[in-house]
Design a protein around this ligand. Structure first.
Ligand code: NAD
Ligand code: UDP
Length: 337
């Protein structure tokens, strides 16, 4: 399938966030014009610093719940604006519900007004703590509507419902992407997501905080692969939903070991309290992505983690080259308890 975006004008909400900044970069590299709209509530100007000078890039600082002040032609709206990590959405519960509901309606209105294609960045969290495994798109999920995570899960479920209703009622050209755990450079170091938390702890020689007994699983995808899936999905004309993520499942404890080995750290493992409603296991069924988009993740986990480690080391002001050399010389470190 073709993913030719040259000449398209694409609005990316949440474009100054982690995934959004990679998406903006990819679209620019492929010849699109990109309008990044972001309130910076969890994103950072630094994420788009290298893009600011690009002639086909512009940045609009706005809370999309108040309206999306974009003039001129719009061909695609790629709607990523939302707090995304448990630390952020638990700190911003009402903002998360607002952007999933009101913000999504605003983004859909923009798409309708311009006859644009609309992509919703939904999440594996719509499956909650899944009772089906792996998770196929036909699964309706198992979400606690009153638990602390519900502000994110239900906001995204509402966003999916709104997207489906705009499609039915207004003939909007929409697609829903269900993104699974994505990692890579430019993830917030403050938002406690597992890869950044473990890499940072290992680099700083602090204990790796494994939640519960670490037997819960996740399936990780490097951000460049996720973004490639999103672009293919937007270009496809499909309505979705389509799962976008990695399907190599790993326990959180095994991930801690992997990160520790990669960094060459001697950090202990510290077992900490499991957050409420923390999903027990998560792995996407990628049949749709493979057959309909010809997409699957291609970045090996080791490589993705190494690139992430080097970036985090740089952010922390550590000597990246020395760290990599140390890790290679040390080889696998002994297993923590
Ligand atoms: P992020 O927090 O780095 O980026 C989200 C961006 O949205 C931030 O720049 C933030 O400032 C912006 N934003 C939030 N509310 C806004 C508002 N009202 N108006 C304008 N901008 C607003 O998170 P991320 O990891 O890059 O996630 C991006 C999207 O992908 C989110 O919608 C998230 O739900 C989805 N997603 C991410 C993952 C993942 O593993 N990273 C997994 C599943 C789904
Ligand atoms: N986790 C952990 N230690 C940490 C941060 C997270 O063990 O320091 C666990 C968390 O409880 C969950 C998994 O790692 O089981 C993934 O957490 P993350 O916040 O990255 O994403 P989630 O999939 O929960 O949204």
């Amino acid at each position: 399938m073709t993913t030719d975006v040259a000449g398209l004008r694409v609005v990316v909400t949440g474009g100054a966030g982690f995934v959004g900044s990679w998406l903006c970069e990819r679209l620019l590299a492929d010849g699109a014009e990109v309008v990044c709209v972001d309130s910076l509530v969890t994103g950072r100007v630094d994420n788009i610093a290298t893009l600011r000078a690009h002639p086909r890039f512009s940045f609009v600082r706005a809370d999309i719940c108040e309206g999306i002040p974009v003039r001129g032609r719009v061909d695609w709206v790629m709607h990523l604006a939302s707090p995304a990590s448990p630390v952020h959405y638990l700190r911003l519960p009402l903002e998360t519900l607002r952007v999933g509901s009101i913000g999504t309606s605003r983004a859909l209105d923009l798409a309708i007004d311009h006859g644009a294609r609309f992509l919703l960045a939904s999440t594996s969290e719509v499956y909650g703590d899944p009772l089906e495994h792996p998770q196929h798109e036909s699964y309706w999920g198992n979400v606690n509507p009153l638990g602390p995570r519900s502000v994110y899960d239900e906001a995204k479920r509402f966003a999916e419902a709104t997207t489906a209703a705009y499609r039915r009622e207004h003939g909007a050209d929409t697609v829903v992407a269900r993104i699974f755990n994505t990692y890579g450079p430019r993830m917030s170091l403050e938002d406690g997501r597992v890869v950044t938390a473990f890499v940072r702890q290992a680099l700083e020689g602090r204990p790796l905080t494994v939640a519960g007994d670490g037997s819960q699983t996740r399936s990780l995808c490097f951000v460049a692969d996720t973004v490639d899936g999103l672009v293919r999905l937007a270009a496809s004309g499909l309505p979705g939903p389509v799962n976008i993520g990695g399907d190599r499942e790993i326990t959180v404890l095994a991930l801690a070991h992997t990160v520790r080995d990669l960094v060459g750290s001697t950090s202990e493992v510290d077992f900490v309290e499991l957050p409420q409603d923390d999903p027990t296991r998560r792995r996407p069924d990628l049949t749709r992505a493979r057959t309909l988009l010809g997409w699957e993740p291609t970045t090996p986990t080791e490589e993705g983690l190494r690139r992430t480690m080097e970036w985090i080391a740089g952010e922390l002001g550590l000597d990246r080259e020395r760290l990599v050399a140390t890790a290679e010389a040390a080889g696998p470190s002994p297993r923590p308890r």
